[in-house]
Design a protein around this ligand. Structure first.
Ligand SMILES: Cc1ncc(COP(=O)(O)O)c(C=O)c1O
Length: 381
């Protein structure tokens, strides 16, 4: 019996600890210099003009929906195969979520299904699309942007799984997730199982100055102290709350951790790709299929499809290997069923859900541990 092997795990270095302790000893526990440093470094990493650090990925999605003026008249399309937060941000703003099914080959939002959905409604019915770089596999946003532009829609790229991932555009150029060229806004999460971990944390990236300014204000109660934006100025203490915003700030301490983690993000990505290549090689010629096997994959998750998924999941648990299922289709959650969605609506997503399993995938997974996981799976009858 080995130590238990989870599907994902954070990676803490001495550098992370030193970075956090140094901020803990400083004057800044909430908004200090690390926030801006982290934003600058992250924007550089993904290739965007701006980055806005926030409390978590869900807050990032909510702020994006607010900045794009989602309201009770807004209809927005996303995929059922994602974490619920990708859809919930529309509901937070009283908009309505529409799902379009996945492409079974890629497990990503099927652009043809999105086109059918748009065409089935009157012109101007939809406000935007939220494609998800699921598991770390980048959506071809060039295609989505073309479609969005034809119909006057905005795009929020949910890139929580894909910092460092990319798709290759029609000119053969690698386009990094969240670089802002094909989507108004992109969001990331720094939950512990993600590539860059802060505990709780998130980031929004954009190339749009007006949206950036809105996000900065909404992140902190809709308050500004910028003299250029005030309607009057009573003195040094003076600020104005100009919009209904939130406290979605991320503390300086967590940004120091994020900065330190970001420094080794590429090394982590290389190791994830190595682990993926080992799995892919090991399962060739077996009944296991590997969806999402695309160029530029950031491998937040390594997902297989297998007929007897429940059997394999239980068998691996008994071998101390704790896999996970990503995801139960969002439209099948009781809340979304209450809104009128039902089983049978998105058959590709539902078929995928019956067979998917996320195997252990994190940079500190050792060769010995991976060999054990592979041996157990190959011997599963
Ligand atoms: C695709 C996706 N979107 C959004 C989120 C929300 O991020 P957070 O947990 O940081 O709020 C997650 C988190 O797991 C996610 O996987």
């Amino acid at each position: 019996m080995t130590n238990s092997i989870p599907y994902g795990k954070q990676y803490l270095s001495q550098g992370d600890i030193d970075a956090v302790i140094s901020v803990l000893k400083s004057d800044y526990w909430t908004q200090g210099p690390q926030v801006g440093e982290f934003e600058k470094a992250f924007a550089k990493y993904v290739g965007s003009k701006y980055a806005v650090a926030v409390a978590n990925g869900t807050a990032a999605l909510h702020l994006c929906a607010l900045a794009l003026d989602v309201n009770e008249n807004s209809n927005v399309i996303t995929t059922p195969i994602t974490f619920a937060a990708s859809a919930n941000c529309v509901q937070y703003c009283q908009g309505k979520v529409y799902f379009a099914d996945i492409d079974p080959e890629t497990v990503l939002l099927d652009i043809n299904k999105v086109k059918e959905l748009i065409q089935s409604k009157p012109k101007g019915f939809f406000a935007g699309i939220i494609p998800v770089d699921f598991a770390g596999a980048a959506v071809d946003l060039e295609e989505f942007k073309k479609l969005a532009d034809e119909h006057g829609l905005w795009i929020i790229e949910d890139a929580c799984h894909a910092p460092g991932g990319y798709f290759t555009d029609s000119n053969g150029n690698k386009q990094k997730c969240g670089n802002g060229k094909f989507a108004e806004l992109a969001i990331f999460s720094f939950h512990p199982v993600k590539h860059i971990a802060c505990g709780e944390g998130g980031m929004i990236t954009t190339n749009d100055t007006a949206l950036y300014n809105k996000l900065i204000k909404l992140r902190t109660h809709g308050i500004t102290k910028d003299p250029a934006l005030l309607s009057q100025n009573d003195g040094g203490w003076y600020y104005e709350m100009q919009d209904l915003g939130y406290n979605y700030r991320i503390p300086d301490v967590l940004c120091a951790l994020g900065m330190s983690q970001l420094e080794r993000a590429d090394a982590g990505l290389d190791r994830r790709r190595e682990i993926a290549a080992n799995y892919t090689k090991a399962f060739a010629g077996t009944e296991i299929t590997i969806p999402l096997n695309v160029d530029g994959h950031a491998y937040h998750l390594f997902i297989i499809r297998i007929g007897n998924r429940k059997g394999l999941y239980d068998y691996l648990r008994n071998s101390n290997i704790f896999c996970q299922v990503h995801y139960i289709p969002v439209h099948m959650q009781p809340y979304y069923k209450m809104l009128g969605h039902k089983k049978g609506d998105y058959p590709q997503s539902e078929d995928y859900y019956e067979e998917c399993l996320s195997l252990p995938m994190y940079p500190t997974l050792t060769e010995k541990e991976q060999a054990y996981v592979i041996e157990r799976i190959i011997n599963f009858k």
